[in-house]
Design a protein around this ligand. Structure first.
Ligand code: OGA
Ligand code: MN
Length: 223
């Protein structure tokens, strides 16, 4: 490897094209896309290392919507989260990669994605996130959900699957194993989903693309 090659970013533009294209095709045809081994390996490693070495003080208890009730929150979800602000190298590389996907999807699908926010999520053994939507129809804030998984050696009986339901009546859903490098993308208003309890520590990144919903001079910023 020459000096120039080592300076290339972990995700090089052209190499992402086939993956981004598959995601765009899936979104157009079915509204969701499940892509195993999607993250550039170096990026996945850097993110996994970062999330596992973040100290406890970096995490906060996840909340739901504007609910202030701690008790209610804990019944729905009990993961800990840490927002990714791009101040670390791994975080900045992740945000750049998500920016590249945003640009690609806007060109291909005219989604008008405007901003992106994301956090690490840490589920300890037994933790879960019950069936929910990430956005509500008409509120037009979160358009597209992205979830990335950062767990090496996930075994079938480790549990912790993401279950994506096709609609409100779907009882069975599609189970996604939270294996290293897998990426799931879906329309935030269309797909209820849940995180089943895991038997071991489970790390993911959840992110959302938003529209520019600024109105009356009021900025609606990400996060
Ligand atoms: C969420 C979410 C799924 C996961 O944070 O809204 O649904 O697998 N996360 O971590
Ligand atoms: Mn969700």
């Amino acid at each position: 490897m020459n000096a120039l090659a080592t300076e290339l970013p972990p995700s090089g533009g052209d190499t992402d094209e086939p993956l981004f294209s598959r995601i765009a095709d899936d979104l157009r045809q079915q509204g969701y896309s499940i892509q195993p081994l999607a993250l550039p390996p170096q990026l996945a490693e850097a993110l996994a290392t970062e999330v596992q070495t973040l100290n406890a003080a970096s995490f906060e208890r996840a909340g739901i919507g504007r609910s202030q009730s701690h008790v209610k929150n804990r019944f729905v979800r009990n993961d800990d989260i840490c927002w990714i602000d791009g101040s670390s190298e791994a975080g900045a590389d992740w945000l750049n990669w998500m920016q590249a996907l945003q640009t690609y999807l806007n060109r291909r699908l005219f989604l008008g994605l405007f901003s992106f926010e994301s956090h690490y999520a840490y589920y300890r053994a037994g933790h879960f996130y019950k069936r929910h939507y990430d956005a509500f129809r008409g509120q037009a804030n979160r358009i597209l959900t992205v979830v990335a998984y950062l767990n090496h050696g996930w075994q079938p009986d480790d549990g912790g699957e993401l279950v994506v339901y096709r609609d409100d009546d779907d009882k069975e859903g599609i189970k996604v194993v939270p294996a290293m490098g897998s990426l799931v993308v879906f329309l935030s208003e269309e797909f209820p989903h849940e995180v089943l309890p895991a038997q071991r520590d489970r790390y993911s990144i959840a992110g959302w693309y938003r529209l520019n919903s600024s109105t009356n001079g009021q900025i609606d910023p990400p996060s």
